[in-house]
Write a protein that binds this ligand. Sequence first.
Ligand SMILES: [Zn+2]
Length: 238
Amino acid sequence: MHLVFIGAHPDDEAFASGTIAKYVDRGHKATIVHATRGGRGHWEIPSEDLKEIRTMEMSKAAEILGADVRFLDYEDASVPDGDTLREALVDVIRELKPDIVITFHPLVWRDDHRRVGLAASDASMKASLPLHVTAHPAHRPEPEVYFFGSTMSDAKPDVYVDVSDYMDVKVESFRQHVSQWQRWGEPPERQEGYLEEVVTRYIHRFRQLGREAGVDYAEAFISKTGRKYAHDLLPARR
Ligand SMILES: [Zn+2]
């Protein structure tokens, strides 16, 4: 089985990194696709330098999870909406041939995230149509799509993945995104201790989700087809 995570920026995969690690540990394949290299999320580091830093952080984070990474190289905060992004993702899906796609819920607040989620969901269906001709042949069957993220709607998670055994790996991967976890606009001497604060909040979030699922730590998803029709998000051990 091949799990393909489709996000907008380096560190977006942190929402699903326990599931990614669990997949890989079970002998399956995982690929993280980000639409941008995150070149605009800092107040001081020039954009080109920031892209290089975040590419490096992302490759370390992915290596810890055992996942491959690729970037679509759109500009951070300027991910295109509509057909451009969707067609790019049709070809990514046809090339990578995922069984499962995890992406943002199409009704999340930030535009880059929302655009990626909607386009990835639409592309998953469109990639399966043989008469829609692109650089790669159609990929069938249509991959199962799972969404994450706090939504504008009252949509609630219907699938939980127990990641209790993967929290060390998940947190270690999260910690690689050093350039993301800084007090915005503050000088270096004011940054001390902030990473630990962020890590504590991060762990707490997945403990809360674990409580909802009746396990120690969990990640939560909304299946595109609804639980009634969705396949098992987690494949058996290989
Ligand atoms: Zn993001």
